[in-house]
Design a protein around this ligand. Structure first.
Ligand code: AP5
Ligand code: MG
Length: 187
């Protein structure tokens, strides 16, 4: 069957890193809203032009825009067949409500939300070492602030729906991958 999994975690926690490994090992489709937006910026589409300054500042692209993009993507055949790893979405309570409604419309529901838990000082160090365009000290601080404000409450939201699994995100990528697979029942 096609699993539907939300991957939560602070900026720099290793969501993209672990999703890439899940894709390789289990063939689930990775949907990273950040990657989609960066591709739109690179291609110079209307969405990209709108998102560019927002992303550089570390702010959030408006909910209605993100919900539209993800809703369209979730209806595509590859995801229906292979399942999805949602990385970077939902990020606000409105996005979480919309995801629930989109899946319900499809007659589906979420299997799990996995929170990769990494402390603030470690994620900051990882992002400074990575050096993506939005990994400036100001951009990192703004993203982490918005995470606490808008995204951290979703941990409770998923927990209340009995979907939350927490994985310790400290250690080597291999160690964390073993924990991720184990917690999702994929190993
Ligand atoms: P997004 O692309 O989602 O960026 P982010 O939230 O800042 O998260 P990251 O991609 O930085 O973290 P990650 O957990 O994937 O870490 P990674 O695996 O790279 O979003 C970017 C922007 O797009 C947002 O700011 C916003 O403007 C917009 N946006 C996106 N989605 C949106 C939405 N839904 N609504 C509104 N706006 C939205 O790992 C980080 C580094 O650590 C890497 O260098 C990696 O190699 C390293 N690393 C990984 N694992 C380990 C380990 N175990 N030990 C040591 N280093 C490690
Ligand atoms: Mg990422």
């Amino acid at each position: 069957m096609a699993p539907r999994i939300v991957v939560l975690g602070r900026q720099g926690a290793g969501k993209g890193t672990q999703c890439a490994r899940l894709v390789d090992a289990h063939g689930i489709i990775h949907v990273s809203t950040g990657d989609m937006l960066r591709a739109a910026v690179a291609a110079g589409t209307e969405l990209g032009q709108q998102a560019d300054a927002i992303m550089k500042a570390g702010d959030l692209v408006p909910d209605d825009v993100m919900i539209g993009i993800v809703g369209e993507r979730l209806a595509e055949a590859d995801i229906m067949e292979n399942g999805v790893l949602l990385d970077g979405f939902p990020r606000t309570p409105a996005q979480a409500d919309a995801l629930e409604a989109i899946l319900a419309d499809q007659g589906n529901e979420l299997d799990a939300a996995i929170n990769i838990d990494v402390p603030l000082d470690e994620v900051t160090a990882r992002m400074m070492a990575r050096g993506r365009e939005d990994d400036t000290p100001e951009g990192i601080a703004r993203r982490l602030e918005l995470y606490e404000e808008q995204t951290a409450p979703l941990i409770e939201w998923f927990s209340a729906r009995d979907k939350l699994v927490i994985v310790d995100g400290m250690g080597t990528e291999d160690e964390i991958f073993a924990r991720v697979e184990g917690s999702l029942g994929l190993s």
